[in-house]
Design a protein around this ligand. Structure first.
Ligand code: ATP
Ligand code: MG
Ligand code: MG
Length: 406
């Protein structure tokens, strides 16, 4: 009873064989975006059944899921109904109703990661309070409730000042920078004012952004993937390089901070820890995602166990797999909608056409129902014998003239 675009409302058949491959647990995923889609791809290799809950009829995971329940992962009754059909409940997005998950846990529903983890992470301010209580190094931060509070924060932390929404943030939508006190009110207005719940962070003068995917099994075993460098453009992840070109000491410190951060949270699954590296080799935590993450997409081609397979192994209670790299280097390039509608598709397809001719390149197209500017629509991973080599191949992909003349 694989759900197709025409049969999304069909239910898993009662008369099917009870044997479900490596695990008999049906994994329910709140959200059916590209992360849900890639979870389904990994699940199919292991014959694990993944059900997704997503309001969009033709969401990216829909065509590949064992079953797609069309509905809101924010609606309590719908999530409850969905949970009844799954053996374990997990998420591909942290902006879900944590109160419902807490209630379901009390009723015995198996949620991974735990609802308490989702509650902490989905509020970036709460997240910062939590990690500071666990002695994780962070940029200084404080809540702001009114304009006077924002001015006080500016005086204390200086400018530029990073102002962030506490909730519902992604791809930098929810961040605004005030370069001076004069810009405070416009930055706050961009974020929709104080009603949305704001806090500020001291500017982190980073030289690189790093990330570590950390996996925790149901037995609390923890494994860390190699440290990667993430390069953002306009607050959106643009390129990921694995492994990061940093000293062994920095790799060790970044891994230690990531390990410690995830150890302070509860539940199984993979977590992504976003970090800042400062000029004097300090590591500061930016934020944690309680799910597979853009900085781990390269693992599909470059690691023995991809982050998606690892997440499934973790939540169903299989032993964790080897997170180390099986290729020397990988680089991931995000395909973002460069334009709305057909023109956006055309531009992305041009790049994909060129990627088909690049050695070591793998194309991932998320099959999103619509093309919107600056939205992730796919990614390309290039693996190869060295960091310099994969960077060169990416250069040739992005530079049409050079590519054409080769
Ligand atoms: P994501 O898509 O990763 O969830 P987000 O909307 O939660 O993004 P953040 O991770 O908070 O946003 O910030 C986005 C980017 O803004 C960071 O990757 C970093 O480049 C920059 N940034 C965030 N906080 C700071 C800071 N305190 N100082 C300097 N730059 C920052
Ligand atoms: Mg975030
Ligand atoms: Mg982030």
């Amino acid at each position: 009873c694989r759900a197709t675009r025409d049969s999304q409302e069909t239910s898993p058949r009662e008369d099917e064989s009870p044997i479900h491959g490596l695990s008999e647990t049906i994994v329910g995923v709140l959200g059916g975006g590209q992360l849900g889609r890639m979870l389904c791809q990994a699940a199919s290799q292991m014959a694990i059944k993944v059900m997704v809950l997503d309001p969009q009829q033709n969401c990216p995971a829909s065509a590949l899921a064992y079953h797609h329940m069309v509905g809101s992962f924010d609606d309590s009754a719908t999530v409850e109904e969905f949970a009844k059909r799954c053996g374990v409940l997990t998420v591909e997005i942290e902006h879900v109703d944590a109160t419902t998950l807490e209630r379901l846990e009390q009723q015995g529903v198996d949620c991974h990661p735990k609802a308490s983890t989702i509650r902490i992470i989905q509020d970036k301010y709460l997240q910062k309070v939590h990690f500071s209580q666990h002695d994780i190094p962070l940029p200084e931060f404080m809540q702001i409730d009114d304009f006077e509070g924002a001015k006080r924060a500016g005086n204390l932390f200086g400018y530029p000042l990073m102002i962030k929404s506490k909730r519902l943030a992604y791809d930098g939508r929810g961040n605004a920078v005030a370069k001076s006190e004069e810009e405070l009110s416009s930055a706050i207005a961009v974020l929709g004012g104080f009603d949305r719940g704001l806090y500020v962070e001291k500017w982190a003068p980073f030289v690189k952004e790093l990330a570590v995917i950390v996996a925790r099994g149901r037995d609390n075993s923890i494994l860390c993937y190699p440290v990667v460098e993430t390069i953002h453009r306009e607050n959106i992840c643009h390129i990921v390089k694995s492994p990061a070109n940093v000293s062994w000491k920095v790799q060790r410190l970044a891994t230690d901070v990531a390990y410690k951060a995830v150890s302070s949270l509860h539940g199984a699954g993979v977590f992504a820890v976003e970090l800042f590296l400062t000029e004097d080799d300090q590591i500061l935590l930016n934020e944690v995602a309680p799910r597979p993450h853009n900085s781990g997409h390269h693992t599909i081609e470059s690691c023995y166990t991809s982050q998606f397979e690892q997440h499934l192994r973790a939540v169903v209670g299989l032993p964790l797999g080897d997170p180390s790299m099986k290729t020397s280097a990988a680089i991931m390039y995000n395909l973002l909608g460069e334009d709305e509608g057909d023109r956006g598709f055309f531009l992305a397809q041009q790049l994909i056409g060129r990627a088909l001719g690049i050695p070591g390149a793998t194309i991932h197209w998320y099959d999103k129902p619509e093309m919107r500017k600056q939205r992730k629509v796919g990614h390309i991973t290039i693996v190869g014998p060295s960091g310099a080599d994969v960077e060169k191949r990416l250069d040739s992909l992005l530079n049409k003239e050079r590519f054409d003349s080769q």
